[in-house]
Design a protein around this ligand. Structure first.
Ligand code: CAO
Length: 538
C-alpha cells in the first residue's frame, strides 16, 4: 500500500503555528480536503485539510507542537496518488497575510483603504466593524473583521487618520481590492505595504467557558474533540457554549452555528440534557439548581445609577471562574514565608542590574519577588508532582514540564500569561519574559499561545497589598498560589523576637486531587526555599 506524507501547505505569513486540535487519529479513514488538525497562531486559527484520501497510519504531530509550511502532519496509507506532490489546499489552509499595497491616496477625497491581499479568501463576510466615522485610527489598527468558513481575520488600516466613511456594512461580502473606508488626515500619500492581519478565532480565554454546570450526556466521544470550524468555535466561545456538549447535525457530526444556537436556546429553557436524577439541566440562573431566583431590583429607585457593558475579557474570564468555583472543591491553606534574605538579595541584584544596564546603555531587567516565586514553585512542583497535574476522568495527568501562569491585571480584566519551561530559565530571563508578557497583556496583544499550557498558576497581589485571599483555581489545573504584600513582623526565634520580612502565601487546591496535609507540606517546602534560595539547587 502506498504511504503518503501529508504536509502543512502554504499558510501564508504564518511562520510557526501551534497545533491546538487533532481532528483525526491513527486508523481513521480520511477524505481529501477533510480537516486533519487545527493550528493557531496568536493571530488566527485554521484547519489544515488532507491533500489526499486514505487511512491515517501515523500521526506525526501532537498537541502543542509548532508546525510551519512543509512540516509533516501525518502519514496516510492507501492514498490515491503517492507520487504527486501534495498540492496546497486552498480551501482550508487560508493564506491570510501576503502583503500588498492597500491604500490609494486621494489628493482631495481622502485616503482610500482597500482590502489587501487576503490570500485565497474570496467573498468573505464582514462580521465586525471595529471603527466608525469620526474615529481616529493608526496605521495597522484593525478596521474590520472578515470571516470565511475556515478562519476569521482582521483587516488593518494601511494609513492613519480620521475615519471619514466606512464603505461596507455588516454582512457585506468583500474581496481583494474592495474599498472599505476613506480616511482623512495624517497618512503618508504613498501607498503603504501592509498585510491583512488574521485575528484570533479564539478569544483571550484559554479554556472554552461553559454555561452548563451539570454534566450532560456528551455529544462527543470522550477524548475526541468536537468537529467545528474556527468561526463556529469562536461563536461558541463567545456564548460560553461547551462545544463538546453540542450535537453536530452537519455531515460527520460537524457542529454548525445553528447547532450552537439551538443548544443555547435549549439551555436557556432548561432543556439541554438531563441529569442523572432526571431533572433539567441548569439554565445558569440558579433556579435549575433548585436555588432562589436571582434578585431583581430596580436600583434606580434608590438613587442615580449608570449601566456599563461588561468587556469581552471579563465575560470570558468570568464564565471560566464561575465554572471553576462551582465545579472544583476548593480549599485554601495560608502560610507565611520568611523572605528577609531573599528580598535583600533581590534589592542588591536590581542595583547591580541597574548599574550594568546603565553601563550597557540599556535598561537592566527589574526583578520582582514574583520571578523568585515562579522558580521556587517549580522546585515545589518537582517535589509535589500532584500539584502540576490535571484531572482527566479517573486519571491524573502528571506534567513533566513546568509552565507557570501568572495572573495579570489589565484594564480589560484578568488574563493569565504563561512562562513556559520555567525550570530551564534563570531569574533574569523569567523577569524579562514576565515584563514582556505583562506589557502584551496590558496592550491587549496576548495571543492564545501566550496563555496556554500552564500547569500551575500564581496570582500575586504583592505589588498592591492585602494579607491573604482565596484564589480560584485555573482549571484544568489543580492548584493556584495567591501571594500578598510582604511586611516586617516580629518573629520568635526561640529566644527573642526578630524583625523578619514575611510573605503571605495562600495556596488553593482541588480536594479531589490533593489533601490538606500535602498542601501544608507544599507550603512549608515553598517557605523553606524562599527562606533559603540555595535549596533550589538541591
Ligand atoms: N511584597 C512586597 N512588594 C512586592 C511584592 C510582594 N509580594 N510583589 C511585588 N512587590 C513590589 C515590587 O517589588 C514593585 O516594587 P517597586 O515598584 O518598588 O519596584 C511593586 O510591588 C510593583 O510590582 P508589580 O506588580 O509591578 O510587579 P510583579 O512582578 O509583582 O507583578 C504582575 C506583575 C503583572 C503580576 C502584576 O502587575 C499584576 O497584574 N498583579 C495583579 C494580579 C492579580 O490581579 N491577581 C488577582 C487575581 S484574582 O482576581
Amino acid at each position: 500500500m502506498a504511504l503518503v506524507e501529508v504536509k502543512v501547505p502554504d499558510i501564508g505569513d504564518f511562520d510557526e503555528v501551534s497545533v491546538i486540535e487533532l481532528l483525526v487519529k491513527p486508523g481513521d479513514t480520511v477524505k481529501a480536503e477533510q480537516s486533519l488538525v487545527t493550528v493557531e497562531s496568536d493571530k488566527a486559527s485554521m484547519e489544515i485539510p488532507s491533500s489526499k484520501a486514505g487511512v491515517v497510519k501515523d500521526l506525526k504531530v501532537k498537541l502543542g507542537d509548532k508546525v510551519k509550511q512543509g512540516s509533516v502532519l501525518l502519514v496516510l496509507e492507501g492514498a490515491e496518488t503517492a507520487s504527486a506532490p501534495a498540492a496546497p489546499t486552498p480551501v482550508s489552509a487560508p493564506t491570510p497575510a501576503p502583503a500588498q499595497p492597500a491604500p490609494v491616496a486621494g489628493a482631495s477625497t481622502g485616503i482610500e483603504i482597500h482590502v489587501p491581499d487576503i490570500g485565497d479568501f474570496k467573498d468573505v463576510a464582514v462580521i465586525e466593524l471595529l471603527v466608525k466615522p469620526g474615529d481616529t485610527v493608526k496605521v495597522e489598527q484593525s478596521l474590520l473583521t472578515v470571516e470565511s468558513d475556515k478562519a476569521s481575520m482582521e483587516i488593518p488600516s494601511s494609513a492613519g487618520g480620521l475615519v471619514k466613511e466606512i464603505k461596507v456594512k455588516l454582512g457585506d461580502k468583500v474581496n481583494v481590492g474592495d474599498l472599505i473606508a476613506v480616511l482623512e488626515g495624517s497618512a503618508a500619500a504613498e501607498p503603504v505595504v501592509l498585510p491583512a492581519t488574521a485575528t484570533p478565532a479564539a478569544p483571550a480565554g484559554r479554556v472554552p467557558p461553559t454555561v452548563a454546570l451539570q454534566p450532560h450526556e456528551s455529544a462527543t466521544t470522550p477524548g475526541q474533540l468536537p468537529h467545528a470550524s474556527p468561526s463556529v468555535r469562536k461563536f461558541a466561545r463567545e456564548l460560553g457554549v461547551p462545544l463538546e456538549e453540542v450535537k453536530g447535525t452537519a455531515p460527520k457530526g460537524r457542529i454548525t452555528q445553528e447547532d450552537v444556537q439551538a443548544f443555547t436556546k435549549a439551555v436557556m429553557k432548561g432543556e439541554a440534557g438531563t441529569r442523572a436524577g432526571g431533572g433539567k439541566t441548569p439554565a445558569g440562573s440558579g433556579e435549575a439548581l433548585g436555588l432562589l431566583p436571582w434578585p431583581k431590583v430596580d436600583f434606580a429607585k434608590f438613587g442615580p445609577i449608570e449601566r456599563k457593558d461588561i468587556g469581552r475579557i471579563r465575560k470570558i474570564s468570568g464564565a471560566n471562574l464561575h465554572r471553576n468555583w462551582v465545579m472544583i472543591p476548593h480549599v485554601t491553606n495560608h502560610d507565611d514565608a520568611d523572605v528577609t534574605d531573599l528580598e535583600a538579595f533581590r534589592v542588591q541584584l536590581n542595583k547591580e542590574n541597574d548599574r550594568a544596564g546603565k553601563a550597557a546603555d540599556d535598561a537592566g531587567v527589574k526583578v520582582t519577588m514574583l520571578a523568585f516565586l515562579i522558580k521556587a514553585c517549580v522546585a515545589a512542583l518537582k517535589k509535589f508532582p500532584d500539584f502540576n497535574a490535571s484531572l482527566d476522568g479517573d486519571q491524573l495527568v502528571l506534567k513533566q514540564y513546568y509552565h507557570i501562569g501568572f495572573a495579570a491585571d489589565t484594564p480589560g480584566g484578568l488574563v493569565v500569561p504563561v512562562i513556559k519551561d520555567a525550570d530551564k530559565k534563570g531569574i533574569l530571563q523569567i523577569s524579562q519574559e514576565m515584563g514582556e508578557l505583562a506589557k502584551k497583556a496590558r496592550d491587549g496583544k496576548l495571543g492564545p499561545a501566550d496563555m496556554s499550557g500552564a500547569g500551575f498558576t500564581i496570582s500575586s497581589l504583592g505589588g498592591i497589598g492585602g494579607r491573604y485571599f482565596t484564589p480560584i483555581i485555573n482549571a484544568p489545573e489543580v492548584a493556584i498560589l495567591g501571594v500578598c504584600k510582604s511586611r516586617m513582623e516580629p518573629v520568635w526565634d526561640g529566644e527573642q523576637f526578630q524583625p523578619r520580612l514575611m510573605l503571605p502565601l495562600s495556596l488553593a487546591w482541588d480536594h479531589r486531587v490533593i489533601d490538606g496535609a500535602t498542601a501544608a507540606r507544599f507550603n512549608a517546602y515553598l517557605g523553606a526555599i524562599l527562606a533559603d534560595f540555595r535549596r533550589t539547587m538541591l
